[in-house]
Design a protein around this ligand. Sequence first.
Ligand code: B16
Ligand code: MG
Length: 225
Amino acid sequence: MEDEIDQIGFLFDLDGVIVDTAVLHYKAWRKLANSLGFDFTETQNEELKGVGRMDSLDRILGWGGMTLSHNEKLEAAARKNAWYTELTSTLTANDALPGAIDFIERAQEKGIKIGLGSASKNALPVLKQLGITGLFDVIVDGHALTNNKPDPEVFLKGASGLDLLPSSIAVFEDAGVGIEAALSGGMTAIGIGPEGALPDAAFVYSSLGEVDMELVISLIQKNRS
Ligand code: B16
Ligand code: MG
């Protein structure tokens, strides 16, 4: 049994699965938008979940009806990131989402390989703040990516980093684009979010603490048989 478990992996999205910094992204993007003379709502911010930094900026500028040159965009994204970094600098393990760290530790104890698949270029510093970097066998973050979710690149790189076939992996994601990425990569997709969200996920749980690990393992075994 242990041998079989050794052959499977869990890939975790970061933001919205292990920790929720969406409100911090919103505060920082909003400060930037306000400095450019417009505003946007928290509902609009929901659309930015799982979306990379420059794509997020393009969408926000579109909401404000603004165009910036390439260099101005780089400068604006850097300003936003400095604010976001300041806001995340006080995070601790207590800010992890309910049951998240315990779930990852239990999976690791079971012999399941553990990886991170995040669009964020801040994934490493955030994991360090939470004190859980050492739990991951592979970390794929925004620095390693050419294509953003829903492209499966992030999870395919995670699978190859774990030395596993995509069919031997379950992905835990809070964003629709992330579920799409996992499915198009041939993996089992588990949603983390409110009931009714993420209709394409095999199952949706409100947090990692609620996940039935044995059920997820059985879904992987079914996917690769
Ligand atoms: P950064 P995830 C994503 O993280 C966030 O959901 C998304 O809102 C953010 O724009 C993106 O990271 C890029 O973040 O500016 O830190 O590189 O959900 O893929 O872990
Ligand atoms: Mg996310």
